[in-house]
Design a binder for this molecule. Structure first.
Ligand SMILES: Cc1cc2nc3c(=O)[nH]c(=O)nc-3n(C[C@H](O)[C@H](O)[C@H](O)COP(=O)(O)OP(=O)(O)OC[C@H]3O[C@@H](n4cnc5c(N)ncnc54)[C@H](O)[C@@H]3O)c2cc1C
Length: 402
Protein backbone atom coordinates (compact mmCIF):
# COMPACT_ATOMS: atom_id res chain seq x y z
CA UNK A 1 0.00 0.00 0.00
CA UNK A 2 1.40 3.42 -0.96
CA UNK A 3 0.44 6.40 1.20
CA UNK A 4 -0.18 10.00 0.02
CA UNK A 5 -1.46 13.34 1.32
CA UNK A 6 -3.45 13.91 -1.89
CA UNK A 7 -4.77 11.48 -4.47
CA UNK A 8 -6.29 13.18 -7.50
CA UNK A 9 -8.59 11.19 -9.77
CA UNK A 10 -8.44 12.44 -13.38
CA UNK A 11 -5.73 14.34 -15.29
CA UNK A 12 -7.96 16.77 -17.18
CA UNK A 13 -7.44 20.54 -16.76
CA UNK A 14 -8.86 20.45 -13.20
CA UNK A 15 -6.79 17.55 -11.85
CA UNK A 16 -3.61 18.77 -13.56
CA UNK A 17 -4.02 22.31 -12.21
CA UNK A 18 -4.71 21.18 -8.65
CA UNK A 19 -1.66 18.87 -8.74
CA UNK A 20 0.72 21.56 -10.02
CA UNK A 21 -0.66 24.22 -7.67
CA UNK A 22 -0.27 21.90 -4.65
CA UNK A 23 3.32 21.06 -5.66
CA UNK A 24 4.14 24.74 -6.17
CA UNK A 25 2.58 25.43 -2.77
CA UNK A 26 5.07 23.12 -1.06
CA UNK A 27 3.51 19.63 -1.09
CA UNK A 28 6.35 17.12 -1.51
CA UNK A 29 6.29 15.31 -4.87
CA UNK A 30 6.09 11.87 -3.30
CA UNK A 31 3.04 12.92 -1.19
CA UNK A 32 0.80 13.42 -4.25
CA UNK A 33 -0.50 11.08 -6.95
CA UNK A 34 -2.72 11.65 -10.00
CA UNK A 35 -4.52 8.66 -11.51
CA UNK A 36 -5.81 8.91 -15.09
CA UNK A 37 -7.76 6.35 -17.12
CA UNK A 38 -6.57 7.56 -20.55
CA UNK A 39 -3.12 7.02 -22.00
CA UNK A 40 -2.49 10.79 -22.04
CA UNK A 41 -3.32 13.77 -19.82
CA UNK A 42 -5.79 16.47 -20.93
CA UNK A 43 -9.27 14.98 -20.49
CA UNK A 44 -11.79 16.60 -22.84
CA UNK A 45 -9.09 19.06 -23.96
CA UNK A 46 -6.86 16.46 -25.65
CA UNK A 47 -5.80 16.71 -29.32
CA UNK A 48 -4.67 14.08 -31.82
CA UNK A 49 -3.00 14.39 -35.20
CA UNK A 50 -5.59 13.63 -37.87
CA UNK A 51 -4.97 14.05 -41.61
CA UNK A 52 -1.66 15.79 -40.98
CA UNK A 53 -2.84 18.40 -38.46
CA UNK A 54 -4.15 18.61 -34.88
CA UNK A 55 -7.76 17.81 -34.09
CA UNK A 56 -9.32 18.48 -30.70
CA UNK A 57 -10.97 15.14 -29.94
CA UNK A 58 -13.21 16.50 -27.17
CA UNK A 59 -14.70 19.07 -29.58
CA UNK A 60 -13.67 22.63 -30.46
CA UNK A 61 -11.59 24.12 -27.67
CA UNK A 62 -10.58 27.80 -27.50
CA UNK A 63 -8.99 29.62 -24.58
CA UNK A 64 -10.94 32.69 -23.48
CA UNK A 65 -8.55 35.57 -22.75
CA UNK A 66 -10.50 37.27 -19.96
CA UNK A 67 -9.21 35.22 -17.04
CA UNK A 68 -5.76 36.69 -16.39
CA UNK A 69 -4.99 34.34 -13.49
CA UNK A 70 -5.62 31.33 -15.73
CA UNK A 71 -3.48 32.71 -18.56
CA UNK A 72 -0.57 33.48 -16.23
CA UNK A 73 -0.73 29.92 -14.91
CA UNK A 74 -0.98 28.23 -18.33
CA UNK A 75 1.77 30.37 -19.89
CA UNK A 76 4.22 28.73 -17.46
CA UNK A 77 3.73 25.51 -19.42
CA UNK A 78 3.13 26.96 -22.87
CA UNK A 79 4.44 30.51 -23.24
CA UNK A 80 2.28 33.28 -24.68
CA UNK A 81 4.30 33.40 -27.92
CA UNK A 82 3.19 29.84 -28.73
CA UNK A 83 -0.47 30.95 -28.99
CA UNK A 84 -2.28 32.88 -31.75
CA UNK A 85 -4.98 35.41 -30.83
CA UNK A 86 -8.29 35.41 -32.72
CA UNK A 87 -11.37 37.64 -32.73
CA UNK A 88 -14.19 35.16 -32.64
CA UNK A 89 -16.25 34.57 -35.77
CA UNK A 90 -19.18 32.37 -34.70
CA UNK A 91 -22.15 31.96 -37.04
CA UNK A 92 -25.60 30.42 -36.97
CA UNK A 93 -26.92 28.72 -40.14
CA UNK A 94 -30.45 29.95 -40.53
CA UNK A 95 -32.74 30.30 -43.59
CA UNK A 96 -29.85 29.07 -45.79
CA UNK A 97 -27.47 31.82 -44.70
CA UNK A 98 -24.95 32.42 -41.94
CA UNK A 99 -25.79 35.07 -39.32
CA UNK A 100 -23.36 36.12 -36.58
CA UNK A 101 -23.95 34.74 -33.08
CA UNK A 102 -25.74 35.81 -30.90
CA UNK A 103 -28.77 35.98 -33.17
CA UNK A 104 -30.63 38.62 -31.11
CA UNK A 105 -27.66 41.01 -31.48
CA UNK A 106 -27.31 40.45 -35.22
CA UNK A 107 -30.84 40.47 -36.65
CA UNK A 108 -29.71 43.45 -38.74
CA UNK A 109 -28.05 40.92 -41.07
CA UNK A 110 -31.51 39.66 -42.22
CA UNK A 111 -33.71 41.33 -44.85
CA UNK A 112 -35.77 44.31 -43.61
CA UNK A 113 -39.00 42.30 -43.63
CA UNK A 114 -37.42 39.49 -41.56
CA UNK A 115 -36.06 42.10 -39.13
CA UNK A 116 -39.57 43.51 -38.66
CA UNK A 117 -40.96 40.02 -37.95
CA UNK A 118 -38.23 39.19 -35.41
CA UNK A 119 -38.51 42.60 -33.72
CA UNK A 120 -42.28 42.34 -33.43
CA UNK A 121 -41.90 38.89 -31.86
CA UNK A 122 -39.37 40.19 -29.29
CA UNK A 123 -41.51 43.27 -28.55
CA UNK A 124 -44.33 40.94 -27.47
CA UNK A 125 -42.21 38.91 -25.01
CA UNK A 126 -42.89 38.57 -21.29
CA UNK A 127 -39.44 39.95 -20.47
CA UNK A 128 -40.18 43.21 -22.35
CA UNK A 129 -43.61 43.40 -20.64
CA UNK A 130 -41.92 42.99 -17.22
CA UNK A 131 -43.53 39.60 -16.50
CA UNK A 132 -41.66 37.38 -13.97
CA UNK A 133 -39.02 34.94 -15.23
CA UNK A 134 -40.60 31.51 -15.94
CA UNK A 135 -39.12 28.31 -14.56
CA UNK A 136 -39.30 26.00 -17.55
CA UNK A 137 -36.73 26.17 -20.35
CA UNK A 138 -39.02 26.50 -23.37
CA UNK A 139 -41.21 29.12 -21.68
CA UNK A 140 -38.06 31.00 -20.62
CA UNK A 141 -36.78 31.07 -24.22
CA UNK A 142 -40.10 32.42 -25.51
CA UNK A 143 -40.29 34.90 -22.56
CA UNK A 144 -36.79 36.23 -23.24
CA UNK A 145 -36.24 35.99 -27.01
CA UNK A 146 -39.71 35.73 -28.54
CA UNK A 147 -41.45 32.95 -30.48
CA UNK A 148 -39.58 33.61 -33.72
CA UNK A 149 -36.02 33.17 -32.37
CA UNK A 150 -37.34 30.32 -30.19
CA UNK A 151 -38.72 28.39 -33.17
CA UNK A 152 -36.06 29.23 -35.77
CA UNK A 153 -33.03 28.63 -33.56
CA UNK A 154 -33.08 28.22 -29.80
CA UNK A 155 -35.55 25.33 -29.47
CA UNK A 156 -34.40 23.20 -32.44
CA UNK A 157 -30.74 23.77 -31.54
CA UNK A 158 -31.24 22.82 -27.89
CA UNK A 159 -33.37 19.79 -28.86
CA UNK A 160 -30.41 18.62 -30.97
CA UNK A 161 -27.59 19.20 -28.51
CA UNK A 162 -29.40 17.74 -25.48
CA UNK A 163 -31.54 15.20 -27.36
CA UNK A 164 -33.98 15.13 -24.47
CA UNK A 165 -37.28 16.65 -23.43
CA UNK A 166 -36.39 20.31 -22.83
CA UNK A 167 -38.90 20.38 -19.96
CA UNK A 168 -36.32 18.51 -17.87
CA UNK A 169 -33.93 21.48 -18.07
CA UNK A 170 -33.83 24.14 -15.36
CA UNK A 171 -33.53 27.87 -16.04
CA UNK A 172 -31.07 28.71 -13.22
CA UNK A 173 -28.12 28.56 -15.68
CA UNK A 174 -29.51 30.78 -18.42
CA UNK A 175 -27.95 33.90 -16.92
CA UNK A 176 -24.80 32.63 -18.70
CA UNK A 177 -26.32 33.42 -22.11
CA UNK A 178 -25.35 36.85 -23.47
CA UNK A 179 -27.93 39.36 -22.26
CA UNK A 180 -29.04 41.39 -25.27
CA UNK A 181 -31.93 43.74 -24.41
CA UNK A 182 -34.78 44.61 -26.80
CA UNK A 183 -33.31 48.12 -26.93
CA UNK A 184 -29.93 46.69 -28.04
CA UNK A 185 -31.64 44.58 -30.72
CA UNK A 186 -33.67 47.51 -32.01
CA UNK A 187 -30.61 49.75 -32.10
CA UNK A 188 -28.55 47.14 -33.94
CA UNK A 189 -31.27 46.86 -36.63
CA UNK A 190 -31.42 50.66 -36.99
CA UNK A 191 -27.65 51.14 -37.13
CA UNK A 192 -26.70 47.92 -38.95
CA UNK A 193 -24.14 46.70 -36.39
CA UNK A 194 -24.05 44.58 -33.24
CA UNK A 195 -25.04 45.90 -29.80
CA UNK A 196 -25.35 44.16 -26.45
CA UNK A 197 -23.23 41.71 -24.47
CA UNK A 198 -20.81 39.47 -26.32
CA UNK A 199 -20.77 35.75 -25.50
CA UNK A 200 -17.69 33.89 -24.18
CA UNK A 201 -14.62 33.66 -26.42
CA UNK A 202 -15.06 37.16 -27.96
CA UNK A 203 -11.28 37.00 -28.20
CA UNK A 204 -9.60 33.64 -27.79
CA UNK A 205 -6.22 31.94 -27.99
CA UNK A 206 -5.41 28.80 -29.93
CA UNK A 207 -1.94 27.18 -30.14
CA UNK A 208 0.12 28.00 -33.22
CA UNK A 209 1.06 24.31 -33.38
CA UNK A 210 -0.08 20.98 -31.84
CA UNK A 211 -3.75 21.79 -31.01
CA UNK A 212 -5.40 22.68 -27.69
CA UNK A 213 -4.22 19.45 -26.07
CA UNK A 214 -0.56 20.48 -26.02
CA UNK A 215 -0.59 22.64 -22.89
CA UNK A 216 -2.26 19.86 -20.87
CA UNK A 217 0.08 17.21 -22.33
CA UNK A 218 3.04 19.26 -21.11
CA UNK A 219 1.47 19.68 -17.67
CA UNK A 220 1.04 15.91 -17.49
CA UNK A 221 4.63 15.26 -18.59
CA UNK A 222 5.99 17.60 -15.91
CA UNK A 223 4.26 15.55 -13.21
CA UNK A 224 6.61 12.67 -14.07
CA UNK A 225 6.01 9.57 -11.96
CA UNK A 226 3.37 11.42 -9.88
CA UNK A 227 0.96 10.84 -12.80
CA UNK A 228 -0.19 7.31 -13.56
CA UNK A 229 -1.83 7.19 -17.00
CA UNK A 230 -3.74 4.20 -18.42
CA UNK A 231 -4.84 3.56 -14.84
CA UNK A 232 -8.63 3.68 -14.50
CA UNK A 233 -9.98 3.84 -10.98
CA UNK A 234 -11.72 0.51 -10.52
CA UNK A 235 -12.44 0.52 -6.77
CA UNK A 236 -12.62 3.03 -3.94
CA UNK A 237 -12.74 2.12 -0.26
CA UNK A 238 -14.54 5.26 0.89
CA UNK A 239 -14.10 4.77 4.66
CA UNK A 240 -10.31 4.33 4.40
CA UNK A 241 -9.77 6.39 1.23
CA UNK A 242 -8.01 3.55 -0.60
CA UNK A 243 -8.12 3.53 -4.41
CA UNK A 244 -7.64 0.34 -6.50
CA UNK A 245 -6.64 -1.46 -3.29
CA UNK A 246 -3.15 0.07 -3.62
CA UNK A 247 -3.15 3.82 -2.94
CA UNK A 248 -4.25 5.39 0.36
CA UNK A 249 -4.57 9.16 0.83
CA UNK A 250 -5.55 11.69 3.50
CA UNK A 251 -7.65 13.45 0.87
CA UNK A 252 -9.10 12.25 -2.41
CA UNK A 253 -9.93 14.90 -5.02
CA UNK A 254 -12.25 13.46 -7.66
CA UNK A 255 -12.71 14.99 -11.11
CA UNK A 256 -14.31 11.84 -12.55
CA UNK A 257 -18.09 11.75 -13.09
CA UNK A 258 -20.11 11.02 -9.93
CA UNK A 259 -22.29 8.69 -11.98
CA UNK A 260 -19.36 6.21 -12.05
CA UNK A 261 -19.10 6.10 -8.25
CA UNK A 262 -21.87 3.62 -7.36
CA UNK A 263 -20.18 0.87 -9.42
CA UNK A 264 -16.74 1.57 -7.88
CA UNK A 265 -17.46 2.35 -4.23
CA UNK A 266 -19.77 1.62 -1.35
CA UNK A 267 -22.02 4.69 -1.62
CA UNK A 268 -25.03 5.03 0.74
CA UNK A 269 -28.35 4.36 -0.94
CA UNK A 270 -29.69 7.91 -0.45
CA UNK A 271 -26.57 9.31 -2.17
CA UNK A 272 -26.95 6.77 -4.98
CA UNK A 273 -30.45 8.22 -5.47
CA UNK A 274 -29.02 11.74 -5.75
CA UNK A 275 -26.37 10.50 -8.18
CA UNK A 276 -29.21 8.96 -10.20
CA UNK A 277 -30.57 12.51 -10.71
CA UNK A 278 -27.41 13.55 -12.61
CA UNK A 279 -27.61 13.52 -16.41
CA UNK A 280 -24.79 13.86 -18.94
CA UNK A 281 -24.66 13.65 -22.70
CA UNK A 282 -22.10 11.99 -25.01
CA UNK A 283 -20.65 13.82 -28.03
CA UNK A 284 -19.10 12.33 -31.17
CA UNK A 285 -16.43 14.39 -32.90
CA UNK A 286 -16.18 13.56 -36.62
CA UNK A 287 -13.50 14.74 -39.05
CA UNK A 288 -14.02 15.41 -42.77
CA UNK A 289 -11.19 16.43 -45.15
CA UNK A 290 -13.20 18.83 -47.35
CA UNK A 291 -12.82 22.64 -47.09
CA UNK A 292 -15.73 24.73 -45.79
CA UNK A 293 -16.39 27.96 -47.73
CA UNK A 294 -16.77 30.11 -44.61
CA UNK A 295 -14.51 32.45 -42.60
CA UNK A 296 -16.16 31.27 -39.35
CA UNK A 297 -14.26 29.56 -36.54
CA UNK A 298 -17.44 27.64 -35.80
CA UNK A 299 -21.03 27.49 -37.03
CA UNK A 300 -24.13 26.42 -35.06
CA UNK A 301 -26.56 24.25 -37.05
CA UNK A 302 -30.17 24.14 -35.77
CA UNK A 303 -31.66 22.13 -38.70
CA UNK A 304 -33.12 18.88 -37.41
CA UNK A 305 -32.43 16.93 -40.62
CA UNK A 306 -28.67 17.52 -40.16
CA UNK A 307 -27.25 15.33 -37.41
CA UNK A 308 -24.49 17.58 -36.01
CA UNK A 309 -25.15 20.78 -34.05
CA UNK A 310 -21.79 22.51 -34.58
CA UNK A 311 -19.24 22.50 -37.36
CA UNK A 312 -15.66 23.77 -37.03
CA UNK A 313 -13.69 24.67 -40.20
CA UNK A 314 -10.27 23.71 -38.89
CA UNK A 315 -8.39 25.69 -41.57
CA UNK A 316 -9.69 28.95 -40.04
CA UNK A 317 -7.83 28.55 -36.71
CA UNK A 318 -5.27 25.81 -37.20
CA UNK A 319 -2.50 27.02 -39.55
CA UNK A 320 -1.52 24.64 -42.35
CA UNK A 321 -4.52 22.35 -41.84
CA UNK A 322 -7.47 21.41 -44.03
CA UNK A 323 -10.92 20.01 -43.44
CA UNK A 324 -13.48 20.46 -40.70
CA UNK A 325 -14.87 18.61 -37.75
CA UNK A 326 -18.41 18.34 -36.40
CA UNK A 327 -19.91 17.83 -32.92
CA UNK A 328 -22.97 15.62 -32.64
CA UNK A 329 -24.90 14.30 -29.67
CA UNK A 330 -23.93 10.61 -29.98
CA UNK A 331 -27.61 9.64 -29.77
CA UNK A 332 -28.06 11.38 -33.16
CA UNK A 333 -24.83 10.20 -34.81
CA UNK A 334 -25.10 8.72 -38.29
CA UNK A 335 -22.57 6.97 -40.55
CA UNK A 336 -18.95 6.73 -39.43
CA UNK A 337 -16.74 9.47 -40.88
CA UNK A 338 -13.09 9.56 -41.94
CA UNK A 339 -12.24 9.79 -38.18
CA UNK A 340 -14.51 9.67 -35.10
CA UNK A 341 -13.80 10.16 -31.43
CA UNK A 342 -16.58 9.29 -28.98
CA UNK A 343 -16.71 11.29 -25.72
CA UNK A 344 -18.99 9.38 -23.37
CA UNK A 345 -18.93 12.23 -20.83
CA UNK A 346 -19.09 15.55 -22.71
CA UNK A 347 -21.74 17.84 -21.21
CA UNK A 348 -23.20 17.71 -17.70
CA UNK A 349 -26.87 18.63 -18.14
CA UNK A 350 -28.52 21.42 -16.13
CA UNK A 351 -31.64 19.51 -15.15
CA UNK A 352 -34.11 20.99 -12.68
CA UNK A 353 -33.00 18.73 -9.79
CA UNK A 354 -29.26 19.04 -10.37
CA UNK A 355 -28.34 21.78 -7.87
CA UNK A 356 -29.92 19.97 -4.90
CA UNK A 357 -28.47 16.60 -5.94
CA UNK A 358 -24.92 18.00 -6.33
CA UNK A 359 -25.12 19.75 -2.97
CA UNK A 360 -26.14 16.50 -1.24
CA UNK A 361 -23.42 14.45 -2.96
CA UNK A 362 -20.64 16.96 -2.19
CA UNK A 363 -21.73 17.27 1.46
CA UNK A 364 -21.65 13.49 1.92
CA UNK A 365 -18.26 13.22 0.17
CA UNK A 366 -16.73 15.94 2.38
CA UNK A 367 -17.53 13.91 5.49
CA UNK A 368 -15.31 11.15 4.04
CA UNK A 369 -12.36 13.42 3.12
CA UNK A 370 -13.35 13.33 -0.57
CA UNK A 371 -13.65 16.53 -2.59
CA UNK A 372 -15.47 16.90 -5.91
CA UNK A 373 -13.72 19.21 -8.39
CA UNK A 374 -14.01 20.33 -12.01
CA UNK A 375 -16.68 19.72 -14.63
CA UNK A 376 -17.70 16.30 -13.30
CA UNK A 377 -16.93 16.75 -9.61
CA UNK A 378 -19.32 19.72 -9.47
CA UNK A 379 -21.46 18.76 -12.51
CA UNK A 380 -20.97 22.26 -13.87
CA UNK A 381 -20.91 23.17 -17.52
CA UNK A 382 -17.63 25.11 -17.14
CA UNK A 383 -15.02 26.04 -19.72
CA UNK A 384 -11.38 25.09 -19.19
CA UNK A 385 -10.34 28.61 -18.14
CA UNK A 386 -12.91 28.42 -15.34
CA UNK A 387 -11.83 24.85 -14.48
CA UNK A 388 -8.25 26.14 -14.04
CA UNK A 389 -9.32 29.20 -12.01
CA UNK A 390 -11.48 27.06 -9.68
CA UNK A 391 -8.71 24.47 -9.31
CA UNK A 392 -6.21 27.18 -8.33
CA UNK A 393 -8.66 28.45 -5.69
CA UNK A 394 -9.21 24.94 -4.38
CA UNK A 395 -5.45 24.28 -4.07
CA UNK A 396 -5.00 27.59 -2.24
CA UNK A 397 -7.72 26.64 0.27
CA UNK A 398 -6.27 23.15 0.75
CA UNK A 399 -2.80 24.56 1.38
CA UNK A 400 -4.26 27.09 3.82
CA UNK A 401 -6.04 24.39 5.79
CA UNK A 402 -3.15 21.87 5.78
C1 LIG B 1 -17.81 19.97 -27.11
C2 LIG B 1 -17.08 20.76 -26.05
C3 LIG B 1 -16.55 22.00 -26.36
C4 LIG B 1 -15.85 22.73 -25.40
N1 LIG B 1 -15.31 23.93 -25.75
C5 LIG B 1 -14.53 24.59 -24.89
C6 LIG B 1 -13.84 25.77 -25.29
O1 LIG B 1 -13.95 26.24 -26.43
N2 LIG B 1 -13.05 26.39 -24.39
C7 LIG B 1 -12.87 25.91 -23.13
O2 LIG B 1 -12.11 26.50 -22.34
N3 LIG B 1 -13.53 24.80 -22.69
C8 LIG B 1 -14.36 24.13 -23.54
N4 LIG B 1 -15.00 22.98 -23.14
C9 LIG B 1 -14.96 22.59 -21.71
C10 LIG B 1 -13.68 21.84 -21.30
O3 LIG B 1 -13.60 20.63 -22.01
C11 LIG B 1 -13.78 21.55 -19.78
O4 LIG B 1 -13.91 22.74 -19.08
C12 LIG B 1 -12.56 20.86 -19.21
O5 LIG B 1 -12.22 19.72 -19.93
C13 LIG B 1 -12.86 20.47 -17.76
O6 LIG B 1 -11.75 19.82 -17.21
P1 LIG B 1 -11.92 18.71 -16.08
O7 LIG B 1 -10.56 18.29 -15.72
O8 LIG B 1 -12.81 19.24 -15.01
O9 LIG B 1 -12.74 17.51 -16.80
P2 LIG B 1 -12.25 16.51 -17.95
O10 LIG B 1 -11.49 17.24 -18.98
O11 LIG B 1 -13.46 15.77 -18.39
O12 LIG B 1 -11.25 15.53 -17.19
C14 LIG B 1 -11.69 14.49 -16.36
C15 LIG B 1 -10.63 13.41 -16.37
O13 LIG B 1 -11.03 12.34 -15.50
C16 LIG B 1 -10.64 11.12 -16.10
N5 LIG B 1 -11.41 9.99 -15.57
C17 LIG B 1 -12.72 9.73 -15.73
N6 LIG B 1 -13.03 8.55 -15.15
C18 LIG B 1 -11.90 8.07 -14.62
C19 LIG B 1 -11.58 6.87 -13.90
N7 LIG B 1 -12.49 5.92 -13.61
N8 LIG B 1 -10.31 6.69 -13.52
C20 LIG B 1 -9.34 7.63 -13.77
N9 LIG B 1 -9.60 8.77 -14.46
C21 LIG B 1 -10.87 8.98 -14.87
C22 LIG B 1 -10.94 11.36 -17.57
O14 LIG B 1 -10.27 10.41 -18.40
C23 LIG B 1 -10.46 12.78 -17.76
O15 LIG B 1 -9.10 12.84 -18.15
C24 LIG B 1 -15.73 22.23 -24.08
C25 LIG B 1 -16.27 20.98 -23.75
C26 LIG B 1 -16.93 20.24 -24.73
C27 LIG B 1 -17.50 18.90 -24.41
Amino acid sequence: MQDFDYLIIGAGPSGLTIAHALLKGGVARDRLLVIEANKEAGGLCRSESVDGAPLDIGGGHFLDIRNKKTLEFLFQFMPEEEWDTYSRIAKIRIHNREIDHPLEGNLWQFSKSDQVDYLESIARTGSVAGEPMPESFETWVRWKLGDRIAEDYMLPYNRKIWSMDLEQLGTYWLYKLPDVSFRDTLRSCLEGRQFGALPAHGTFLYPKQFGYGEVWRRMGAQLGTQLLTTTPVTSIDVENRIVNGAYRADRIISTMPWTLWPSLADVPVEIVDFIGELVSIPIDVDYFPEAVPSAAHWIYEPRDDISYHRILPRHNFCPGSRGYWTETNALRSVAISHFRHHNEFAYPVNTKNKPAAVQAILSWARTKGIIGAGRWGTWEHMNSDVAVAEALDMARKLLGSA
